[in-house]
Design a protein around this ligand. Structure first.
Ligand code: MN
Length: 748
């Protein structure tokens, strides 16, 4: 039965007088565990959380038939075994409350504080992510995504304990569901537990998954173990005795125990090395725990004196710890009955980390001084393990905040098909598009993030579902370069722009060359492929388009190329002409040439203006007005100037600059802006220059118009606005930020 938070609160207030509930009774499993390491007042806090969760889940029964509360209590037990701190235990008790009842994170915050609320919120968020893909690489990304989303390692610890108890009670589920959950556990959660060094949880997760995924094999191996165990008992106790004796004789205080491999690791070894069960299992394992690091090496020496070591099998994980922080000495000895004996030797402190892993970090602080060294060590290890790039955080700072960004440089997002992509932090939708495929990147127009339309520049967050919308005519936009963060996206955008520019330059170059040829009274069609091939060889380029691009970019003069082409022809077509370069036909400008033709920002020519083209290396043809100040200055270099004129029919809009002097009063800018819109023009840029206290202000507009006629109409209509004192088109002396910069302007 669903219940409201209000109902629940009423019940909670009564709960102080309610009789003792099972878990908070003296001898309950949780109670016994908590009393081992927590102070009574901490335990009191935990029982508050227990009663809250009890009331919230009251009346709900698990598939196993037990009351729901047994689940969070069991999860709390797992974490109490790891001696986790009070907020973690509370979060364990409350972990399903937000997901399954009407209680909100805010309610938890009010009752138990921010820390517990954030932990519960973290676990709830993880529950909502589903892993579907089967590939290994995807599994790794999913693990990283979970860790990245956890933020606080305690969240993932609660999640692992939750998963462990769910696996322990998996019997109640339908077989298909069992296999699904077991597979996910094996692929995702067991490796995370292993990486975090939670050895016992890791082994339990693997064995339970194995049991449900391969029930027959699981049964066969566990039966074989039972059978073998009887025979081994005597041998093991004999070896155990001699090890103990030897260590005692050497004056080493040690705790010695036999140990068994977990089932799944036996199975893995059998399958990966094609070894029969007897050979995998027939290795006796022992663990020696001593008080400190020097004793480890002493114990090693003593054992090597007892049984001969197999030299290649010795591993010193104390000097060189494993990536997950594991420290131990491993050695294999020739046993008394001809079977190998594997021995692990470690200090109590190392053993703690070997078993509790990352959880050792949050061990309840029995005595601060005693644990400081361990915690600092754990901290270093955690940093190494998770590749944390510590910015300023020293270890104390770290311990205080407990919050860490596990993968500070990466963000993990879903594709529409459910795969996971890892991208650098601050990656945008455009980066995502290029990461999927360069074609998607080159044609993206918009993005849907978690089913909502968003701009392409939107930064992605962990767990986002991202879907790119493409358009068949879409092209990369140079502005994307301002916000993409991946090298891949950057390279593709640059590449596209470059090839687009060279294609456009080649088109322009062809037009320029054709006009040069016609001026020499040669039809371009008369130039055969053969002629071209010769010219291509002479120039040492690969294809015709390269020459045309160079002409378009102004790297070669069209007249020169035309003459060279004619010189290569057999009948010397050029003899017909006595024309010089100065009488060349003019190039017509359409305004649709793209990047091959640029309109000088100093004078901003528009159709109707008398114009000149200036051939600029690399930038191609730059168009200026006849009366542009830059033209006067550069007229000295006539080779680089080209006669150009407008094509009569221009479809697009051209930018030009206007300067208005207006009465300095509120609302003027808006009036003028709407005047510009009414005249069918667009504002590209505007800046205001007003002297303090002056009665007049100067407005600088860059507007888009069709041609001079359109501009004249626009200026006429703006003049009609009251308080517009003066209006003029400006050429070559206005900077974008609204300040005059004099007449000095460099050619583009
Ligand atoms: Mn749960």
């Amino acid at each position: 039965m669903p219940r409201t938070a209000i109902n629940l609160k009423a019940e909670l207030s009564k709960s102080t007088t309610a009789p003792l509930l099972p878990a908070d009774s003296e001898d309950s499993a949780l109670s016994v565990r908590l009393k081992q390491y927590l102070k009574p007042q901490d335990i009191t806090l935990i029982w508050d959380g227990y009663r809250y969760a009890y009331a919230a889940h009251d009346g709900v029964v698990r598939k196993t038939g037990e009351p729901y509360i047994t689940h969070p209590v069991s999860v709390a037990c797992v974490l109490a075994d790891l001696h986790m701190d009070v907020p973690t235990i509370l979060a364990a008790l409350l972990h399903d409350v937000v997901e399954d009842t009407l209680i909100t994170t805010l309610d938890i915050k009010e009752q138990f504080g921010l820390q517990v609320a954030e932990l519960v919120d973290g676990v709830t968020k993880l529950d909502k992510i589903e892993f579907q893909s089967a590939s290994q690489a995807q599994a790794e990304n999913f693990r990283k995504m979970l860790l990245a989303m956890s933020q606080d390692v305690r969240v993932i610890l609660v999640k692992l304990a939750d998963r462990l108890h769910n696996m322990q009670t998996l019997e109640a589920m339908r077989p298909e569901k069992q296999k699904l959950i077991a597979k996910e556990t094996l692929d995702i959660y067991a490796p995370i537990a292993n990486r975090l060094g939670l050895n016992e949880i890791y082994q339990a997760l693997e064995d339970l998954s194995f049991k449900y995924l391969y029930p027959m094999r699981y049964n066969a191996i566990s039966k074989a173990i039972m059978a073998a165990r009887g025979n081994r008992k005597e041998v093991i106790s004999k070896i155990l005795e001699s090890i103990k004796q030897q260590l005692a004789n050497s004056g080493i205080d040690a705790d010695v125990s036999g140990r068994e491999k977990h089932l799944y690791s036996i199975y893995k070894k059998m399958t990966s090395k094609a070894t029969p069960f007897s050979q995998v299992y027939d290795i006796y394992g022992f663990r020696v725990i001593v008080k400190d690091m020097p004793s480890c090496y002493l114990a090693l020496g003593a054992l090597h004196a007892l049984y001969k070591p197999i030299p290649s099998q010795f591993k010193d994980y104390i000097a060189i710890p494993k990536a997950n922080g594991y420290q131990s000495l491993h050695t294999t000895l020739f046993g008394p009955f001809g079977t190998p004996i594997e021995v692990q030797i470690r200090s109590a402190e190392m053993h703690n980390i070997a078993d509790a892993g990352v959880a050792a970090h949050w061990l309840y602080k029995a005595s601060d001084a005693q644990l400081t060294a361990l915690q600092q060590q754990t901290h270093q290890w955690l940093q190494r393990l998770l590749d944390i790039q510590s910015e300023s955080a020293d270890s104390l700072d770290f311990l205080e905040h407990l919050k860490i960004d596990l993968f500070p440089d990466e963000v993990y997002v879903f594709t529409p098909k459910g795969s996971i992509l890892a991208l650098p932090k601050r990656a945008t939708a455009v980066d995502f598009a290029y990461a999927v495929h360069s074609d998607i990147g080159n044609s993206c127009v918009a993005v849907r993030i978690n089913d909502e339309l968003a701009p392409l520049r939107t930064e992605l967050h962990n767990g986002d579902h991202v879907e790119i919308i493409t358009g068949s005519l879409a092209k990369p936009n140079p502005a994307w370069l301002n916000y993409v963060v991946t090298g891949r996206a950057r390279a593709h955008i640059r590449n596209f722009l470059k090839s687009q520019q060279s294609a456009e330059s080649a088109q322009l170059g062809e037009r320029m060359l054709n006009q040069a040829l016609r001026a020499l009274h040669v039809e371009p069609k008369q130039i055969s492929d053969e002629h071209w091939q010769k010219l291509i060889r002479d120039y040492g380029v690969k294809k015709k388009s390269e020459i045309l691009t160079e002409v378009g970019l102004g790297k070669r003069q069209s007249v020169m190329v035309a003459h060279q082409l004619l010189a290569l022809t057999d009948d010397h077509l050029e003899k017909h002409n006595q024309l010089s370069a100065s009488s060349l036909d003019t190039i017509t400008i359409r305004g649709t040439e793209g990047m091959a033709v640029q309109f000088a920002p100093c004078c901003r020519p528009i159709p109707g203006d008398p114009i000149l083209g200036f051939i600029n290396k690399d930038k191609g043809l730059v168009i200026h007005t006849h009366d542009c100040p830059s033209v006067r200055k550069f007229k000295l270099d006539p080779d680089k100037w080209l006669d150009v004129e407008w094509e009569s029919d221009n479809a697009r809009l051209f930018k030009t600059n206007l300067n208005l002097t207006v009465a300095n009063q509120p609302g003027m800018l808006a009036k003028i802006a709407s005047g510009i819109a009414e005249a069918g023009s667009n504002i590209d840029n505007v800046s205001v220059e007003e002297a303090d206290g002056s009665a007049y202000a100067n407005l600088y507009f860059t507007v888009q118009v069709k041609n001079r006629v359109h501009l004249a109409e626009l200026m006429r209509s703006l003049r009609k606005i009251p308080d517009v004192v003066r209006i003029s088109r400006t050429k070559g002396n206005v900077a974008n930020n609204g300040r005059h910069v004099g007449n000095k302007l460099s050619l583009q």
